[in-house]
Design a protein. Structure first.
Ligand SMILES: NC(=O)c1ccc[n+]([C@@H]2O[C@H](COP(=O)([O-])OP(=O)(O)OC[C@H]3O[C@@H](n4cnc5c(N)ncnc54)[C@H](O)[C@@H]3O)[C@@H](O)[C@H]2O)c1
Ligand SMILES: Cc1cc2c(cc1C)N(C[C@H](O)[C@H](O)[C@H](O)COP(=O)(O)O)c1[nH]c(=O)[nH]c(=O)c1N2
Length: 180
């Protein structure tokens, strides 16, 4: 059996308490993450949702994963369409993130921002830091979420040099190097 976890400050180890949902979320709030709007379109209709649970899986074939709550109104359309575009948000996109973050009807979400249609048919956000046009190649159910494995079939790099970051339940801006 493995020993109990030690606190990072070197204090004596105590048996770990059960991890509650609240405890897990509080811990996760300490992980900074890029903010993305994941969009879809096709026979299941146009939809999109804000997601921070996005991660690179492998570059061969280029694959990302997205964790999508099964209770989200976007879940049906995403699975019916089998395609998504992962649009990574730039500084100034906080209102767009909140708009796609729940409760607003799908077509009202797309009334903000400028959208074009990617090769898969999914909406691509003009002004995103980067956008990944993807086909969903596998879905794995874990608890409340579906993990979508998304093969990248197209990439568009935007002009913005400032990424939107969600950390400690707030939005922040991270600037990249400038050319000069
Ligand atoms: N992975 C997710 O589904 C996810 C991620 C971030 C935010 N959200 C949703 O956005 C809203 C605001 O989030 P917040 O960060 O301000 O406060 P919060 O306390 O609800 O969440 C803190 C952190 O916990 C994680 N988290 C939250 N809900 C989760 C879920 N259902 N499953 C797995 N991980 C989850 C995320 O990393 C989040 O940043 C909430 O409704 C939350 O459920 C969901
Ligand atoms: C910053 C931030 C980050 C996330 C979210 C929200 C916000 C504000 N949400 C919640 C998600 O966007 C929301 O549940 C959907 O918009 C679906 O809501 P409706 O069911 O349509 O109301 C979210 N949901 C999800 O399934 N996976 C995720 O990674 C995230 N990440």
């Amino acid at each position: 059996m493995s020993p109990p976890c030690s606190p990072l400050d070197g204090a004596p180890a105590t048996p770990p308490p059960a991890v509650t949902r609240e405890g897990f979320r509080n811990a996760m709030a300490r992980l900074g993450a890029a903010v993305n709007i994941v969009t879809t379109d096709g026979p299941g209709g146009r939809h999109g949702f804000t997601a921070s649970a996005v991660c690179s899986v492998t570059d061969s074939p280029p694959t990302l994963l997205v964790c999508l709550n099964k209770g989200s109104s976007a879940a049906g359309p995403v699975h019916a369409n089998g395609v998504v575009c992962i649009n990574t948000l730039a500084a100034g996109h906080e209102p767009l993130s909140n708009l796609f973050g729940g409760r607003t009807p799908p077509e009202e979400r797309f009334a903000s921002g400028t959208w074009r249609v990617a090769a898969t048919g999914a909406p691509m956000l003009v002004g995103a830091v980067v956008a990944f046009d993807c086909r969903i190649v596998r879905t794995v159910e874990v608890g409340t979420h579906n993990v979508l494995f998304c093969e990248v079939v197209g990439v568009a790099e935007g002009g913005s040099n400032e990424s939107l970051i969600y950390y400690s339940r707030r939005y922040h801006t991270l600037s990249g190097p400038t050319d000069d």
